[in-house]
Design a protein around this ligand. Structure first.
Ligand SMILES: [Fe+2]
Length: 250
């Protein structure tokens, strides 16, 4: 069994007291990490699917590194639309972090994709990125694959969010279906939970470690739900268990 901790969209600032729509993002991420550490479910890897920072600053990435390092495990990171690739790479290309990387663990291959388009809150997987996915999966001896990206490859049923989703989600889904070994795709960006299956591939979103968005909303609206993280336990037969953990105040 391989246990994966999924945390996403921390939106940190250089200012430790910086807040996103009323939520102090550093304190909120810290609360999530403390909750994880206090539990008896211990992960082998962490996956962080983008929007690490909010204010384009190198200091916010330093803050991210310092907050996550105590987890003492390998951490797979992919960028979100709020990330600055060159600043993020300086932190996330240095172990124990990795950036849009792949790793074979037991029967599983984990791979992170870059779905970001500069200057665009919506996402797109380039032909090169889809080819990298196909090549990596085809070359791997692993029987099962978990894909990590920032943008949702499916519609969320929320007009404003669906206008900034993954513009070639259908192409991505066709690609992963044709590969035959992809069991799940996890993403962030939507700041709300999502759990569905498409042709046998599970598609999962985890809410943010800070402020959530209101599901099903036509226009932008925040939700009062607390921060969250997700536990995923990958099994050698290709099945997996997952549990969403909301971190209520106190
Ligand atoms: Fe976000």
């Amino acid at each position: 069994m391989i246990r994966i901790l999924h945390v996403t969209d921390p939106h940190l600032f250089a200012d430790p007291d910086g807040s996103l729509r009323g939520t102090a993002t550093q304190a909120s991420l810290q609360r999530v990490l403390d909750h994880y550490r206090a539990g008896d479910w211990q992960a082998d890897r962490a996956v962080i699917t983008g929007d690490l920072i909010q204010d384009d600053s190198a200091e916010a990435y330093d803050r991210f590194r310092d907050l996550l390092l105590p987890l003492k495990m390998r951490m797979h990171c992919v960028p979100g639309n709020h990330d600055v690739r060159e600043l993020m790479r300086k932190i996330c290309c240095v172990p124990p972090f990795s950036y849009c990387a792949y790793e074979e663990i037991g029967d599983w291959l984990l791979i992170g994709l870059d779905s970001c388009v500069s200057g665009d809150p919506g996402g797109l997987l380039t032909t090169e990125e889809l080819e990298r996915l196909s090549d990596t999966v085809s070359r791997s001896d692993a029987n099962h694959v978990m894909v990590c990206l920032h943008h949702p490859p499916v519609e969320m049923g929320s007009t404003w969010l669906d206008s900034v989703g993954l513009r070639n989600g259908d192409e991505f889904l066709q690609c992963v279906q044709s590969l035959g070994k992809v069991r799940l795709a996890v993403f962030g960006h939507v700041h709300q939970p999502y759990d569905a299956a498409r042709d046998g591939i599970r598609i999962l979103a985890t809410p943010s470690t800070c402020r959530q968005f209101l599901p099903g909303s036509e226009k932008f609206a925040v939700d009062d739900r607390p921060p969250a993280y997700r536990r995923i336990t990958l099994k050698s037969d290709g099945s997996f268990d997952t549990e969403l953990v909301w971190v209520d105040a106190d």
